[in-house]
Ligand binder design. Structure first.
Ligand code: SAH
Length: 366
């Protein structure tokens, strides 16, 4: 039996070495096709949509790779007001996106916690329990995570960035802690969130072994959702200055991102995996390629174009001038063009999470 068949037949049995072999599989298309088959079997030919609202770029963190890091003075800082955020979330709701993702730079003040709480309550008031609310607001105190959960958020995305603490330390200032970030992920789970994490691929100094270990990490932490993307340099950052990618490097970086999606699907089977916008930054059809390599979630941007260009984590962010209406038509066409269907008006919860919660319910009834 080939390794691809073995992986497709049984979830979560591969060793680190086997994961590395998948990541370096000689025929990339064969790898993608095997992962896509598992995606279709576990999830169907369906893509879940989340409207992405990038509501602010003010950030207390100083990650060496990120365009909105605190020390980047070339960025015009903004934070939308509550009405604007709620209006954009409502647009996603009416468009049938089924859920919204609120993302911003990281802020830890009490006033920010209250601000987000208010926004969540207002979105939950019109969307109810059938409209998913995901937040991606960085490392916070347990109390904050709990308050946001009670206000209506039920999924959280916090990328570990890399499962290798030594590599993490090289990509962040000394006061950013890999262990604290991991602790946050575990706290999120305890607070009852569907928990998502992920990594960047193609980071300087990152090896295939590191990426294989990242996939092992996803399994060990039993994550519900995975959001990964290629690292793309940003010229106004310490890591990205003087490192613009050549066309050949972009193609390689895209392929590596797709290989990570495929190997993750082949190992984990039943999690939600996003085809990140960074894939599209490298290739117009990057997100469709992500679906065909095993992803099942796309996050169309519903941020008003007035704000989009100020939320550039990396260079070459796509669709800066496209309003949400254009994005909607475009994404639906793209999904149909590959023979998939966009799930409308469904929360698109992670099958992994659904299984876990229904098992817990049965255990408590029994
Ligand atoms: N502040 C929040 C969310 C915003 S950043 C948080 O800390 O979770 C969202 C993600 O963008 C990061 O987790 C990182 O993986 C990704 N990102 C940042 N800079 C990037 C770059 N140069 N290339 C690709 N992805 C990047």
């Amino acid at each position: 039996m080939s390794l691809l068949d073995k992986a497709a037949a049984n979830a979560r049995i591969l060793t680190r070495r086997e994961l590395a072999t998948l990541l370096e599989w000689p025929d990339a298309h064969e790898l993608f096709a095997a992962a896509y088959e598992v995606k279709c079997r576990e999830i169907g030919k369906r893509v879940s949509l989340r409207g992405l609202v990038e509501f602010g770029n003010i950030c207390e963190k100083d990650c060496f790779y990120c365009g909105i890091r605190k020390s980047n003075t070339a960025v015009r800082r903004y934070r939308m007001d509550k009405d604007e955020i709620v209006r954009e979330a409502e647009w996603a709701f009416k468009a049938g996106y089924g859920s919204v993702v609120l993302q911003s730079g990281e802020l830890s003040s009490e006033s920010n916690t209250v601000f987000v709480e208010d926004v969540l309550r207002r979105i939950h008031a019109f969307g109810g329990d059938d409209f998913g609310i995901t937040i991606s607001l960085g490392e916070q105190a347990e109390e904050t995570y709990r308050r946001w959960r009670e206000a209506g958020a039920h999924r959280y995305l916090l990328r570990i960035e890399t499962s290798n603490p030594t590599l993490y330390a090289r990509l962040h200032p000394a006061d950013h802690s890999w262990t604290d970030r991991l602790e946050c992920l575990r706290t999120l789970r305890r607070c009852g969130y569907q928990t998502g994490s992920g990594v960047m691929s193609g980071l300087p100094g990152q090896t295939t072994e590191d990426l294989a270990a990242d996939i092992e990490f996803f399994a060990a932490e039993d994550l519900d959702m995975i959001g990964m993307g290629p690292y793309i340099p940003h010229k106004d950052t310490p890591l990205g200055k003087n490192t613009a990618l050549s066309p050949a490097e972009r193609a390689k970086r895209l392929e590596l991102g797709l290989r990570m999606i495929a190997a993750t699907r082949l190992h984990l089977h039943d999690v939600n995996i996003a085809a990140a916008t960074a894939l599209q930054a490298l290739d117009h059809e990057g997100r469709e390629k992500g679906i065909l390599a095993g992803a099942n979630v796309i996050m169309p941007n519903v941020t008003d174009i007035r704000f989009r260009s100020d939320y550039q984590l990396y260079e070459g962010k796509p669709c800066l001038g496209e309003n949400p209406v254009l994005c909607k038509g475009c994404i639906e066409r793209r999904i149909t063009s590959i023979g998939e269907t966009a799930v409308l008006n469904g929360r698109g919860d992670s099958p992994r999470w659904e299984k876990r919660t229904s098992a817990a319910k049965h255990a408590s009834i029994g």
